[in-house]
Design a protein around this ligand. Structure first.
Ligand code: ATP
Length: 361
């Protein structure tokens, strides 16, 4: 069971600049007073009571913390400390300074498949490790794949945000309707029992986007996206995949499989010839093929724009919620920033958007 320290985080860490914000958290650079080391402080608000629309359940935070303690791996963010006050929990995490993988790639002029595979391999190693411990991320998407340091010759992948992750107990049937529409597996939409295979579907979607700059199931609305996933409406459009190797397409096809039990596992992915070529021809194919950089850059620019749009939308919603709350009671003086308070997208269609808004919807 994780220990939540009751002390004031500011007695141990000096709180610095904002590094990023999510729907439930604000992440700030923090400076450990005793050692001078920099860390990332993830500030999460706790729901005050069952009726409250603001904040997260403490039990949910306990699960996130327990999971982070259980998965220490070079490609997964490390948790150092946890503090708890009346209104918020602060996770002190390893500081990641390299930004998002997709932003790093979008700055390049071109990228060979073999170079993209170096990143995919690290993602799969982190994921394989989690899955071996029966832990599933359930929110794999470009925003949650970061680089520890972008100036290193071979930047190291760090998987972040375990806010939806779940540890399966033996024989447990687990269903969840949370996730980000573009990346969720069909069994999430149909409320079927879930497994590690749900993450593997997301890997298929992320690889598809990485190679082509196209999101395989993206519709004009979230409902349309979800329908496209259910009916498996995707194709390798020739104009986007002209530079892609047949091995890469095979890799994706073995992940975007409707039946979860038929999908490749992380361990199987690591042995697929696209990731681990055996013959010289396979090596050559990877070195001849490249990602569709023009299309990828467009995808990434649109993704960033939509993330900013969603953030503004959430801020506006919080302002409305706060005005309502203030009408009834005193506002929370510890409130740090709007994003972390927003819960549902009431104007969003599907119930499975309970915890997340798509960055691309
Ligand atoms: P979501 O909206 O996806 O639920 P969240 O509220 O759970 O997100 P995170 O995704 O964990 O929050 O963090 C929000 C942002 O803060 C990230 O997108 C990233 O930019 C930044 N961030 C998170 N963890 C770190 C870290 N360890 N080091 C540096 N920046 C980080």
């Amino acid at each position: 069971m994780a220990v939540f320290k009751p002390e004031n985080v500011e007695d141990f860490y000096e709180i610095g600049e904002v590094l990023g914000s999510g729907h439930f958290a604000q992440v700030r650079k923090v400076h450990e007073r005793a050692t001078g080391t920099y860390w990332a402080g993830k500030f999460l608000k706790i729901r005050k009571n069952a009726c409250s629309r603001l904040g997260l359940d403490r039990s949910r935070l306990e699960e996130e913390v327990d999971i982070l303690h259980a998965i220490q791996h070079p490609n997964i963010i490390t948790l150092k400390d946890v503090f708890e006050s009346r209104a918020e929990v602060v996770l002190v995490l390893e500081l990641v300074t390299g930004g998002e993988l997709f932003d790093f790639i979008a700055e390049k002029e071109n990228l060979l498949e073999s170079e993209a595979i170096e990143f995919m391999e690290q993602i799969l190693k982190g994921l394989g490790f989690m899955h071996s411990k029966n832990i599933v991320h359930f929110d794999l998407k470009p925003e949650n794949i970061m680089l520890s340091d972008r100036v290193a010759p071979h930047p190291n992948i760090k998987l972040i945000d375990f806010g939806l992750a779940h540890r399966f107990h033996q024989g447990e049937e687990y269903r969840s309707s949370s996730g980000t529409p573009q990346y969720i597996a069909p069994e999430v939409i149909t409320s079927d029992p879930l497994s590690t295979a749900a993450d593997m579907w997301s890997i298929g979607v992320i690889t598809f986007i990485l190679l082509s700059g196209l999101s395989p199931f993206q519709g004009d609305t979230d409902d349309e996206t979800l329908r496209n996933i259910i009916i498996m409406n995707y194709e390798f459009a020739a104009q986007y995949f002209s530079m892609t190797s047949s091995m890469a397409k095979d890799f994706i096809q073995k992940l975007l499989v409707k039946d979860p039990s038929e999908r490749m596992t992380a361990e199987e992915c690591l042995l697929h010839p696209w990731i681990k070529p055996i013959t010289r021809t396979q090596v050559a194919k990877r070195n001849r093929s490249s990602i569709n950089m023009k299309s990828f850059k467009k995808f990434n620019a649109r993704r960033k724009w939509k993330m900013s749009y969603n953030m503004v939308w959430m801020c506006n919603r919080l302002v409305r919620l706060n005005l309502l709350c203030k009408g009834r009671s005193e506002a929370d003086p510890l409130e740090r920033q709007c994003e972390s308070d927003v819960e549902d997208g009431e104007s969003k269609p599907a119930s499975l958007l309970r915890r997340r808004l798509s960055s691309s919807s």
